[in-house]
Design a protein around this ligand. Structure first.
Ligand SMILES: Cc1cc2nc3c(=O)[nH]c(=O)nc-3n(C[C@H](O)[C@H](O)[C@H](O)COP(=O)(O)OP(=O)(O)OC[C@H]3O[C@@H](n4cnc5c(N)ncnc54)[C@H](O)[C@@H]3O)c2cc1C
Length: 372
């Protein structure tokens, strides 16, 4: 397959690479996605589908702003794929209940309430009784809760399917079994990507390779420091519809699905590229789940799995252009890549097409890793 070419090559066919490919193709660019395995089968399919900046973020920051902006784009983002593909992606603005089981957790919730109100985010403080009216199966140990009406979830498996179809409809080339090994450049300009299938020539290359993003060699004087953070999840099948909202605690979360299943998660583990499900991981998830919903102990186990989140060493995504003209990064989304897909696609497309840096991206540039 030597000497293939495209205006734009995206390395990585996860939710980030596909969302960006779709948005760039809408701008009439010729786009190719190179994927070392199968499309969408890594972190993006393993995720729980929660779209929850207010539950995930501990303070106002550029990342919080980015997450909130992305959540506000989600309904429109999903609707685009529903109308293009006819697939029901199961986007639900279910709201999220964040419970406290100890005094310390209750104090933390109080702080979260204060800073979010200060920045005008919608959140309600609930007593134990009020929390029980939101989700009736809660343990009597729950002391208080916050309710975030704008938090939502999406069925990420269906979203990936829709993204793949929508990319196909816009003539995006999805090349599977193609592993990028190094960036090819001439002087300050990019020329393409070397792969196991030969050179893929391109004027612009975007690295969206998830937790493998730092493994692609480049002439840059630094590596973008991304590493894998394993997360394990369990699905259970309650006998009747059990959960109406997403439920969080300091130790993990539960997410409903329309077919009645409930996903329980998750772990954050630093075990390299090991994607095994472990008894320790399952034990951790089951232990804290039963502390919140004791009656779940009789629910039928459905399945379990693990995935590798892309974590950047400063905890913040890497979004923007690097010192080689035509080279971009869109990676390091860690726990929030499904949430951040719409805003990443939109702002990175603006940057690539106009070559002007959108204000919301200013804090995320890969050039922050340049040695002094
Ligand atoms: C258990 C778990 C729960 C999660 N829950 C949520 C959640 O509820 N909400 C949320 O917003 N986020 C969640 N996340 C995080 C989210 O899934 C990730 O942030 C997101 O999927 C990252 O997308 P990506 O496209 O960057 O990476 P990936 O989906 O990993 O895609 C990267 C792709 O690049 C390919 N690739 C890598 N190297 C190369 C190469 N050299 N050449 C070609 N292809 C290459 C890989 O094969 C892969 O397909 C969760 C993650 C996990 C694991």
């Amino acid at each position: 397959m030597a000497n293939q070419s495209s205006d734009i090559v995206i390395v990585g066919g996860g939710v980030i690479g596909l969302s960006l490919a779709y948005r760039l193709a809408l701008e009439k660019a010729s786009v190719t996605v190179l994927e070392k395995g199968q499309i969408g089968q890594e972190a993006s399919i393993a995720g729980a589908g929660i779209l929850a900046p207010q539950a995930e973020m501990d303070q106002m920051s550029p990342l919080t702003e980015l997450c909130v902006a992305s959540r506000s784009l989600y309904a429109g983002f999903v609707q685009e794929f529903v109308s293009r593909t006819g697939l029901d992606i199961e986007f639900s603005k279910s709201g999220l209940l964040y419970v406290a089981l100890s005094e310390t957790e209750q104090i933390e919730l109080g702080k979260r309430y204060q800073w979010q109100r200060k920045f005008g985010l919608l959140v309600h403080q609930l007593t134990r009784q009020e929390a029980l009216q939101v989700e009736s199966g809660l343990s009597p140990e729950v002391r208080a809760a916050l309710f975030f009406p704008e938090e939502a979830y999406v069925d990420n498996v269906r979203l990936l399917e829709a993204l793949k179809i929508a990319c196909g409809l816009l003539q995006v080339r999805l090349v599977t079994g193609c592993q990028a090994t190094s960036i090819k450049s001439e002087g300050p300009r990019i020329k393409g990507v070397n792969t196991n299938l030969g050179l893929w020539a391109a004027e612009k290359v975007i690295i969206a390779a998830g937790c493998w993003s730092s493994m692609i060699d480049s002439p840059l004087p630094y590596k973008v420091p991304i590493k894998p953070a394993r997360g394990q999840l369990i699905a259970v099948k309650p006998p009747a519809l059990f959960l109406k909202h997403i439920v969080y605690s300091a130790n993990g979360y539960l997410v409903p699905r329309r077919d009645g299943r409930v996903f329980l998660g998750s772990t954050v583990e630093w075990v390299g590229y090991d994607k095994n499900v472990t008894l320790e991981g399952l034990h951790h998830i089951i232990f804290w789940t039963l502390a919140i919903f004791p009656e779940m102990k009789s629910f039928a186990f459905s399945s379990c799995w693990a995935g590798l989140r892309p974590y950047c060493e400063d905890g913040v995504p890497v979004l923007g252009s690097a010192e080689i003209e035509g080279l971009y990064f869109a990676t390091g989304h860690f726990r929030n890549g499904l949430l951040l897909a719409p805003i990443t696609a939109k702002l990175m497309t603006d940057l690539i097409i106009t070559e002007k840096l959108p204000k919301l991206l200013e804090s995320f540039s890969p050039t922050r890793f340049k040695p002094n």
